[in-house]
Design a protein. Structure first.
Length: 264
C-alpha cells in the first residue's frame, strides 16, 4: 500500500496539483503570519507603513514559494533545473538590458518603502500631482486626487515628493477688514474667537498673529491653526464661517470690491 501511494504521488498529474495547492496554502498562512506580526510588534509605525511593508514582504515570500514550486514541478517532468538556471543567467542578462526601466521602478519602489517617504493613506504630492496614496506595487505608485482622478506614476519618474500627512500642520487663514476698522478691536475680537474655537474644536493651538499685510483696499490679519492635514479643509471652512458671524456681531466690516461712478 505504501509503495502504491508513493507511486501515485510521484506521477506527473497528482504531484504538480499537490505542489500548487501546498504553495497556495503556504502563501495564505505566511500572509496571515506577516500581518499578525506587524499588527502586534510594530507599534511605532502607522497603519499605512505597516500595510506597505507587509505587502512587500508578502510579495517576496510569494515569489520565493512559487519559484520553488515551479522548479520542483519541472524536476518531476524530468527537466534538469540546474542547467536551466545556468542558461537563464544569459537570458537574464539580455532581459535585464531590455527591462532596465522596469528594474529601476522596482529598485526605487523598494527604496521609497524602506525609507518611509510615504505610505498607504498619506496625502502627498508627486511631481505636482496631489492626492491620497492608494495600495500600490513596487513598479508604480497610485494617487487619488480629491476630485476622484487616479494617477499611476512609474516609480523611476518620481523626482519630487511632498508629504502632507505629518503629525501636525499649520493652517493659515488671512482675514481682511476695512481701513476704517479699529484694528485693536479687531485683534481683541479675533483673540477671543481663537480661545473659544480652541475649546470647541479641541485644537492643538490657534492664535491671531496680528496685522499681516496692508493691501490696496483692506488690512489683513493672519490666524495660524495647528492641526493635522486631513482636518484642514473642513476646519478652514468652519473657522471662516465663525469669523463672519463674529464680525457681523461686532459690526466689523469685511471689504469687497466697489465701483464708484462720477457723473460729469
Amino acid at each position: 500500500m505504501e509503495f502504491i501511494t508513493r507511486h501515485i504521488l510521484k506521477t506527473e498529474i497528482i504531484a504538480p496539483v499537490i505542489i500548487l495547492l501546498v504553495s497556495i496554502f503556504l502563501c495564505s498562512i505566511s500572509k496571515k503570519i506577516v500581518y499578525r506580526i506587524f499588527k502586534f510588534n510594530t507599534a511605532k509605525l502607522n497603519e499605512g507603513k505597516k500595510k506597505s511593508i507587509a505587502n512587500l514582504i508578502n510579495n517576496i515570500i510569494k515569489a520565493i514559494i512559487f519559484t520553488i514550486a515551479v522548479m520542483t514541478i519541472l524536476e518531476i517532468y524530468g527537466i534538469d533545473t540546474k542547467s536551466l538556471v545556468a542558461s537563464l543567467g544569459v537570458v537574464s542578462l539580455v532581459a535585464g538590458l531590455a527591462l532596465q526601466d522596469l528594474l529601476k521602478d522596482f529598485i526605487v519602489g523598494i527604496s521609497i518603502l524602506l525609507e518611509g517617504q510615504y505610505s498607504i493613506g498619506d496625502c502627498i504630492s508627486i511631481n505636482g500631482f496631489k492626492g491620497e496614496v492608494l495600495p500600490s506595487n513596487l513598479r508604480t505608485t497610485k494617487l487619488k486626487a480629491y476630485t476622484g482622478e487616479i494617477k499611476y506614476i512609474s516609480n523611476r519618474n518620481i523626482t519630487e515628493i511632498i508629504n502632507y500627512s505629518t503629525d501636525s500642520a499649520n493652517l493659515i487663514i488671512d482675514v481682511s477688514v476695512a481701513y476704517e476698522s479699529d484694528i485693536d478691536k479687531v485683534k481683541n475680537v479675533l483673540d477671543s474667537l481663537c480661545e473659544r474655537l480652541k475649546e470647541e474644536y479641541k485644537l492643538k493651538d490657534i492664535s491671531c498673529l496680528g496685522v499681516q499685510a496692508l493691501e490696496d483696499s483692506s488690512i489683513n490679519f493672519r490666524l495660524v491653526v495647528s492641526t493635522v492635514y486631513s482636518d484642514q479643509f473642513a476646519l478652514d471652512r468652519a473657522i471662516k464661517k465663525e469669523i463672519v458671524k463674529e464680525f457681523n456681531k461686532n459690526k466689523i466690516t469685511i471689504p469687497y470690491n466697489q465701483v464708484v461712478v462720477h457723473n460729469g
